[in-house]
Ligand binder design. Structure first.
Ligand SMILES: [Zn+2]
Length: 352
């Protein structure tokens, strides 16, 4: 993705998941030490107890968990807890530092129960207003209000129809992270429903892979410098998109969201004519014409590139500064076709 989400947006709103996790830990630990388990709502951590006291469904599901857990051995209960811990170490899973645990058959009944618990937790995120607060924190953090996974889908304002809340790690597979905001990311509908779909970010053809952490610190940069702006067969450049840093995490992002293909077909090619025409207009505003020297034109291109960088467009035009940078790069390198392309677009001033 192109921009990371603030860690605080997940941290500060994650109390539903934390309450459920602490209640489950308490049940397991008390069963293991043969200590009485407190009644509802004392099973919840005091700090958020009041907010969930009246929620009967989660109360019933946790009672159900207790009924199943009491029939398990201490070892089986600990395995279930370990599974919850590993599935919720989202940063570690994405970075390839934590191995996802396989569910052993003997744990199936308790995992089926946990799935219902955490799905109810996810539902409670909406009911308790946590999702609204989480989305607002993320929306407010974005300098440009677009989907950071593709860069161009617009994000609606917080009180409007919310963007999709994607379970970054699939909720059907990583069931106990279904209500954890570190695994929940606002995402444009196209990215979510047409590209990511049910792809598992951690595996491709059963081979483990790393993926970008939306709440982490690594994001992707796009460069078009390696693009050849003139192809003789077509009037569109043969786009060459470089993604940096070139690491497994950004490669997974590119693959899962079809980034290169979408940028070429949807963002770059349809906007190319507009960039050329804007470039020509800008240079003319600087009083440049065909009599101007290459050095003067280059300076104009540099000014336009800086202007575009400082005033980036939103939506489908968001890579225009990169396209201008690519033209400037080839003009500066003396690519004769690019020099001609830029110069031919300048007005011919007749000698007096
Ligand atoms: Zn998107």
């Amino acid at each position: 993705m192109l921009v990371n989400y603030p860690l605080s947006a997940a941290q500060e709103n994650n109390w539903v998941h934390e309450c459920i996790y602490e209640a489950i830990s308490l049940i397991v630990n008390n069963l293991n030490s043969a200590t009485a388990i407190p009644d509802w709502p004392d099973i919840l951590p005091p700090i958020h107890r009041d907010k969930l006291t009246s929620r009967k469904t989660i109360k019933g599901l946790l009672a159900n968990f207790e009924n199943i857990a009491v029939q398990l051995t201490e070892e089986q209960r600990n395995k279930a807890l370990l599974l919850i811990d590993s599935q919720n170490n989202i940063a570690g899973l994405l970075a390839g530092e934590v191995t996802p645990l396989a569910v052993e058959d003997e744990l199936n009944p308790i995992i089926d129960c946990l799935k219902l618990v955490f799905i109810e937790g996810f539902r409670l995120l909406k009911e308790t207003g946590s999702r609204d607060a989480h989305y607002k924190a993320i929306y407010d953090s974005l300098a440009v209000k677009t989907c950071p996974f593709c860069g161009y889908e617009p994000f609606e304002a917080p009180d409007q129809k919310r963007e999709d809340e994607d379970h970054y790690l699939l909720k059907d597979k990583y069931v106990t992270s279904a209500a954890n905001f570190f695994n929940l990311v606002p995402m444009g509908g196209k990215c979510n429903k047409s590209y990511k779909l049910q792809q598992d970010l951690l595996f491709k053809n059963n081979i483990r892979r790393k993926a970008l952490n939306p709440y982490g610190t690594i994001n992707a940069e796009i460069s078009l410098i390696n693009t050849n702006p003139i192809t003789l067969l077509d009037d569109k450049p043969n786009w060459n998109i470089s993604i940096s840093p070139d690491i497994e995490e950004t490669r997974t992002w590119n693959e899962v969201f079809s980034i290169e293909q979408r940028l070429k077909e949807t963002v770059l090619s349809p906007n190319y004519e507009a960039v050329l025409s804007e470039t020509s207009d800008f240079l003319q505003c600087l009083d440049l014409d065909r009599q101007s020297t290459d050095a003067q034109v280059l300076l104009g291109l540099k000014k336009f590139e800086r202007h575009k960088k400082r005033n980036p467009e939103q939506g489908l035009g968001y890579l225009k500064d990169k396209v201008v940078g690519m033209l400037r790069f080839h003009f500066e390198s003396g690519n004769p076709l690019v020099v001609a392309l830029i110069r031919d677009a300048l007005p011919q001033i007749e000698a007096a």
